[in-house]
Design a protein around this ligand. Structure first.
Ligand SMILES: O=C[C@H](O)COP(=O)(O)O
Length: 249
């Protein structure tokens, strides 16, 4: 049985004044059935960890370097993230792929480093609108799966987030049939590569304009084990109902 995961990605948003959002979530959802993860900016991790020592919330980061340490100005290693309070790291987000020219092999080597250090990884993948319209979505996802995910993974350590790029921050959401098709495809590919036992333990998140109003419908899809939420994770008043919808699914 896979534990549902409501993951928030704050992206480049949030200062110390916003820690009260995490405090409010921790209080309101102390009894949540689902796991709740918030990937704050690295600058907030240590202080946010004060609110996550007990209860259902875990913390994550949004990137890490593929090396353990050394002369890499401005970068942060997986070990440093753990030291600051993270237990997850999001890797391969389309914004990192676009802004920092990250490719599947970069994501894979970062994932190896993160797993070696003891982080769980949320590896993101998704198609551009042109790729969707050209009916290439499954080819794109198949390539990203093969290229981004290292060999040594388990249901404990790997989460995959399907995030169609055209749905991120746009208010556009794929149809339920489209979400279902991609998630079933990912599960099948994982079974083929890792075997049914490992594949069935890996959680698959949907991401892209998840809001309180559409969460329940998305969470009803088989093989959707939660969500990676951007904008609606910034305020506890928005993220809370999404967590409740996941608990109820
Ligand atoms: O990581 C989160 C996704 O990019 C979704 O962002 P969004 O919920 O603002 O569309």
């Amino acid at each position: 049985m896979r534990r549902k995961l409501a993951a928030g990605n704050w992206k480049m948003n949030g200062t110390s004044a916003d820690l009260e959002q995490i405090e409010a979530l921790a209080e309101a959802h102390a009894g949540a059935l689902s796991e709740i993860m918030i990937a704050t900016p690295d600058t907030l991790l240590h202080r946010a960890s004060a609110f996550t020592k007990t209860g259902p919330i875990t913390l994550g980061a949004q990137n890490c370097h593929h090396r353990e340490s050394g002369a890499h100005t401005g970068d942060v290693s997986a070990e440093m993230l753990i030291d600051a309070g993270a237990s997850y790291v999001i890797l391969g987000h389309s914004e990192r792929r676009a802004d920092h020219d990250e490719h599947d092999e970069d994501v894979r080597s970062k994932a190896r480093a993160a797993l070696k250090a003891g982080l769980r990884v949320i590896i993101c993948m998704g198609e551009e609108l042109e790729e969707r319209e050209a009916d290439n979505t499954l080819d794109i996802i198949g390539g990203q799966l093969a290229g981004s995910i290292p060999d040594d993974v388990s249901g404990e350590t790997l989460v995959i987030a399907y995030e169609p790029i055209w749905a991120i921050g746009t208010g556009k959401v794929p149809s339920i049939a489209q979400i279902s098709e991609v998630h079933d495809f990912i599960r099948l590919r994982l079974e083929q590569r890792f075997g049914p036992q490992i594949a069935r333990g890996i959680r698959l998140l949907y991401g892209g304009s998840v809001k309180p109003a559409n969460a329940a419908e998305i969470f009803a899809v088989q093989n959707v084990d939660g969500a990676l939420v951007g904008g609606a994770s910034l305020k506890s008043a928005d993220f809370g109902p999404i967590i409740e919808a996941l608990d109820a699914s």
